[in-house]
Design a protein around this ligand. Sequence first.
Ligand SMILES: [Ca+2]
Ligand SMILES: [Ca+2]
Ligand SMILES: [Ca+2]
Length: 275
Amino acid sequence: MHGGGECPLAADLVLVLDISSSMGFLTEILDRELDGIVEEANRAGRSTRFGLIPFVDNYRIDMTGNLASGRVHTTSHGLRRAVQYYRRNYTGTNRNPGDGISGPAKQNPLCEENALDALHAAAEEFPWRSYAGRIVVVATDDTFLENPDNYGDRDSDGDTSSKDFPTEGNYPARRTLSETVRALRDRNARVFSITRLAPPAASDKTAPRCAGDRRLSRSAVSDGWSTPYKGQPPIPEQLGGRNYDLDEVRKGNLSLSRTLLDVVAAGGVCALAGD
Ligand SMILES: [Ca+2]
Ligand SMILES: [Ca+2]
Ligand SMILES: [Ca+2]
């Protein structure tokens, strides 16, 4: 036992991170704050393991960690290096993480981003510890599409091969909202989100914005996170979490470190087993 009978807190935290170009600012904040976050999350008898799943119109499970064949990070050094790598090679170039480093650049014809498939992968593919609290934090500034839509079919004509800008591509939405929620619930994962409550106001010149086409209305950016998605309750509401305002993080009014550490404290569980 640690610290005079206090119970050791164990948490597995998977960061499902939108790395499209409009989210570049958050990867910079993360890079600056990760050292403190990881240190604090493992202080005083706590054991926190981190996973990283970057996504745009598809996703990849980061495999550069120090445990579990790379799926798990326990050091801020490794996590920071991974975040920097995705920013450098995917964010600025509009490359989809699932395509790998040799994938095409200048993708992303529709503003909606594929959080659902990345969340589903977190549920199914992260090596969750049996005795740890299971937490997913998803950060994005837009809503998502569902199967059988395709993120690369800009004009929704069923063909994904138009080469005029912005280029189409075959980026199918593989899951629905209810399938994704079910997968996370089956794993007892709690989901927290850091998202926009509304699209940026025209007067806000500093807010990053999506210049592409949209499938859903502009006001739908919050759907699935802080407002219902086609009649279904927001994901965090269905899965024991809550939403935080991404724009407050961008403006510096809400600390990303504090938010993630609060989530670890809320979602960690007392673990009597060792590592
Ligand atoms: Ca985006
Ligand atoms: Ca997109
Ligand atoms: Ca098309």
